[in-house]
Design a protein around this ligand. Structure first.
Ligand code: FE2
Ligand code: FE2
Length: 474
């Protein structure tokens, strides 16, 4: 095929607002990468369903009023586009030592490797989550949920495109090599695993999927918010647009958990019982099990923010590479002399605020996590059930930071190791819990029908009814 034909085809296939058509070098680099991405999607993306037509949202612009279009598409034909939020005129660095100076349109030489590592680490999580979720289609509780799964998957694929665009456009040969590596590492692979621990755990049931989209995608939201503050303007603009899509992923989690709890409450009401075994026998997920899944996913998401005292975080802040989420809400954007007192296992420790930036971000994340819990607890209360779902203590089951390896119960109590280990099965899903939850996972694909362990959603997607044919099988 002649290069001109390729170019035309490419322009049509990849919606973008970065003027790809006028950047031949970048275009060639992406043309080289695109078939590898598609191979990866076919091999490591959703298992089967490649021929299914899915009612998907595709980003076609960054216009606030209508940035997406909906329609049935086969996932390998999804148009993974490259979009950056509109540039802010005269944008200035919002924090750190260079506060107030103009933002960078190119990567400053001295920050090249650090920025590349930040982008690669973010980029690695995107395909990782697709790999983790690849088997879930076989056990979807409804067509509506199946569609949501694939929507999340294609958008994580687009987020990978977003990071690969930055690597190709701003990091030359090293960037191209990193882009290849993003497709070579695989979730759970013993030789070439994904970079961050949580992203190597398979997600084998839909309760875990909802927990992942609620808790782990929300970590993603906070990472993107921090990177959206970056002095490297293309990164900032990329992340600002990714946040638009991320919101849907978290609502899949929020509504998914809500529907699980709703169904459980209905069963409890029908049977007039709060006995977990009776609830399970009736085919719903008892509330203590929901709580254990929450404890597991919340505690593992907290580690993704990194150590509470971190010199890397201080450097990122000082140099303008990565800020605090919603930096504008703070008064002191330089934070040169400010301190923060952190509770550590050895007592309170006063640390330089810049070194505590991971903790500041983690606190904002925890507050955001509470929103769903308030909503679910209102629902439980309205049903007249005496149960409250709670976030476990942020010191519970940590593997990173000053509380790593401390024996703290979900209620924050410190215990001795033997007691803690003996009680751990009460707090996180046991093998038996997982086996039970898995036993409920049977594929339901008749339009409008739901698996017995989950309530239907209140409304469908894009104004369509709940019983719309969100996925067509061929
Ligand atoms: Fe993402
Ligand atoms: Fe996401």
């Amino acid at each position: 095929m002649g290069t001109d034909l390729m170019a035309i085809d490419y322009q049509e296939r990849i919606p973008n607002n970065v003027d790809l058509g006028n950047n031949r070098t970048l275009q060639r680099a992406l043309e080289h990468w695109q078939p590898r991405f598609l191979d990866w999607w076919r091999e490591m993306g959703p298992s089967d369903f490649l021929d299914a037509e899915v009612y998907l949202r595709t980003a076609i612009s960054v216009d606030q009023k209508g940035w997406a279009q909906f329609g049935h598409v086969r996932t390998p034909e999804y148009r993974w586009g490259i979009f950056l939020a509109e540039p802010e005129p005269d944008r200035r660095i919002g924090f750190g030592d260079d506060y107030g100076k103009p933002v960078w349109q190119q990567v400053p030489g001295e920050y090249r490797s650090t920025l590349r590592r930040l982008i690669v680490t973010q980029g690695d999580t995107e395909p990782a989550s697709v790999e983790q979720q690849r088997m879930l289609g076989h056990t979807c509780p409804s067509l509506y949920d199946l569609r949501n799964l694939f929507q999340v998957n294609v958008e994580e694929g687009r987020h990978l495109w977003a990071m690969v665009y930055l690597l190709h456009a701003y990091f030359g040969r090293d960037g191209r090599e990193e882009a290849e590596e993003l497709l070579a590492r695989h979730s759970g692979d013993s030789d070439k695993p994904r970079i961050l621990g949580t992203f190597n755990e398979p997600i084998e049931d839909w309760l875990s999927f909802y927990m992942f989209t609620y808790f782990t995608d929300r970590d993603g939201k906070y990472q993107l918010k921090s990177l959206a503050e970056s002095a490297f303007d293309p990164l900032s603009r990329t992340c600002r647009f990714m946040l638009t899509e991320e919101a849907h992923h978290m609502s899949v989690g929020m509504l998914g958990i809500q529907r699980v709890i709703q169904r459980t409450l209905e069963v409890m009401k029908e049977l007039k019982t709060d006995d977990p075994d009776a609830v399970r026998k009736a085919g719903a997920i008892d509330l203590p099990t929901v709580q254990r899944y929450m404890n597991f996913w919340f505690s593992s998401a907290l580690d993704l923010f990194g150590a509470d005292i971190s010199s890397n975080a201080a450097t990122y802040f000082a140099t303008g590479l990565k800020g605090r989420p919603d930096e504008a809400q703070y008064e002191d954007h330089i934070a040169r002399d400010a301190t923060l007192t952190l509770e550590t296992p050895n007592g309170p420790e006063e640390v330089a605020l810049r070194n505590a930036m991971n903790e500041v971000t983690r606190q904002a994340y925890i507050k955001d996590c509470e929103v769903g819990l308030r909503r679910w607890n209102r629902m439980i209360e309205r049903a007249g059930v005496a149960f409250e779902v709670k976030l476990p203590s942020p010191r519970f089951r940590r593997a990173i930071g000053s509380w790593a390896g401390a024996f703290v119960a979900p209620d924050g109590t410190r215990l001795d190791e033997a007691t803690w280990r003996a009680r751990l099965p009460e707090w996180i899903p046991s093998e038996a819990d997982r086996t039970f939850v898995k036993s409920l996972q049977k594929q339901v694909i008749e339009p409008g029908k739901m698996a017995a362990w989950i309530a239907p959603p209140e409304r469908g997607i894009d104004g369509k009814p709940v019983d719309f044919e969100y996925v067509r099988f061929n």
